[in-house]
Design a protein. Structure first.
Length: 388
């Protein structure tokens, strides 16, 4: 008799044409160029190994002195990071987590009962579906629409709200579209949340990677919001250190609601006590040294985007403002999953189908702009030739 498993883990496991093509190519040891590579630690960037590793040897890490919100020295360092963005943050309004995924899980437990709903933009990275499912929460999409740039469909967003909706998720800038929430969109979203008593969760992991816009990004921490707002970020993107597992959430909003939220979050965090002492002690040094690696990434992204532009009409792309990814617009002669599979088989190039991110429009592929430049140029040239 088969063992019973939770329905939360009843994930779709059937292979589509794309995953089958990838599996077969890798099994045959074919040479592939991965234009989806977005792990900064394996993309040929230069890291100062001594500066990264030395802070991990702090003798203070030998003492176990847990604080549910995280060590104050680490939270003060996070507050200084936001000060560089023009925000004044009390370290007591910051709670450390091992990842933004963990921060989301804490917030989902704080805000939702099983069966409650969250609204999330589409297209977006598919992580939220898994996180919501593991908490028995219903994730409902609201659309971003494209017309010479991306925008939030605020009318459709509001129509998606039901009596069980508890919070709205924003990714600022969005991944993979690179869309920043504009000042007008922010005002509209906050008004919608206020009128329906919703919390706002804002993921700002790519905030520092403005590349294709002259305007400076504005963090949701800068202005004191009229609604309960949680801003998430971490070292995975800010310092390109995903392996160090260091993130946080910042609680903003009306004093009474924020205090109540933080008190409950402290109990949740105290139950798990996730981030280890060496990483918390190293966090101030890593944050202080983020500038050079961020500049390397911005330079890499600009150079690879220039390689796409150099192909002229061979490849189209959708307007973007920030981040590491680019949405390509290609002739819609075949299903995007089948096209991605064909590119693996015929061109030896890995791209993501747009539908992977919830894009309904045909002829959309998503690539990373982070691979080494010589590898990227070879891959994007192969891709353009195969598309032609």
């Amino acid at each position: 008799m088969p063992h019973h498993f939770s329905s939360r883990t009843q994930w779709e496991s059937a292979e589509d044409a794309y995953t089958l093509a990838l599996r077969e190519a890798r099994a045959a040891n074919r040479e592939l160029i991965d234009l989806t590579a977005s792990n900064p630690t394996v993309c040929g960037l230069h890291f100062d190994a001594e500066a990264i590793l030395a802070p991990l040897s702090n003798p203070a890490a030998l003492v176990y002195d847990p604080d549910p919100r995280g060590m104050r020295s680490a939270r003060e360092a996070v507050a200084r990071y936001y000060a560089d963005h023009g925000a004044t943050i009390d370290p007591d309004d910051i709670l450390l987590t091992t990842s933004t995924s963990e921060a989301y899980s804490f917030l989902f437990r704080l805000l939702c009962d099983p069966g409650d709903e969250l609204l999330s933009a589409q297209p977006s990275y598919p992580l939220f579906d898994l996180l919501a499912g593991l908490e028995n929460i219903v994730l409902k999409p609201y659309p971003l629409f494209y017309d010479h740039g991306w925008s939030i469909d605020t009318a459709e967003l509001e129509r998606s709200i039901t009596p069980r909706t508890r919070a709205l998720l924003l990714v600022h800038p969005n991944n993979p579209t690179g869309h920043f929430t504009s000042a007008n969109e922010r005002l509209a979203v906050e008004q919608i949340c206020a009128s329906h008593n919703l919390a706002l969760i804002v993921d700002e992991v790519f905030l520092d990677y403005t590349v294709n816009t002259p305007s400076k990004p504005v963090s949701f921490t800068v202005a004191e919001p009229s609604i309960l707002t949680f801003v998430l970020s971490g070292m995975s993107k800010i310092a390109a250190l995903p392996q160090m597992k260091a993130s946080w959430l910042v609680c903003r909003g009306p004093a009474e609601a924020a205090a109540a939220a933080l008190a409950r979050l402290e109990v949740i965090a105290d139950t798990f006590l996730s981030m280890n002492a060496p990483v918390q002690l190293a966090l101030p040094a890593w944050l202080a040294a983020r500038g050079p690696i961020q500049q390397q990434i911005r330079d890499r992204v600009r150079a690879n985007f220039a390689a796409v532009q150099s192909l002229g009409d061979a490849l189209g792309w959708l307007e973007w403002q920030a981040g590491w990814n680019l949405v390509l617009r290609v002739p819609a002669g075949e299903n995007d999953v089948d096209l991605a599979a064909r590119l693996v088989r015929q061109a030896g190039v890995i791209v993501h189908p747009g539908s992977f991110y919830g894009m309904a429009a045909a002829g959309r592929l998503v690539i990373s702009l982070l691979p080494e430049e010589i590898v990227f140029l070879q891959g994007i040239s192969r891709l353009a030739a195969a598309i032609r």
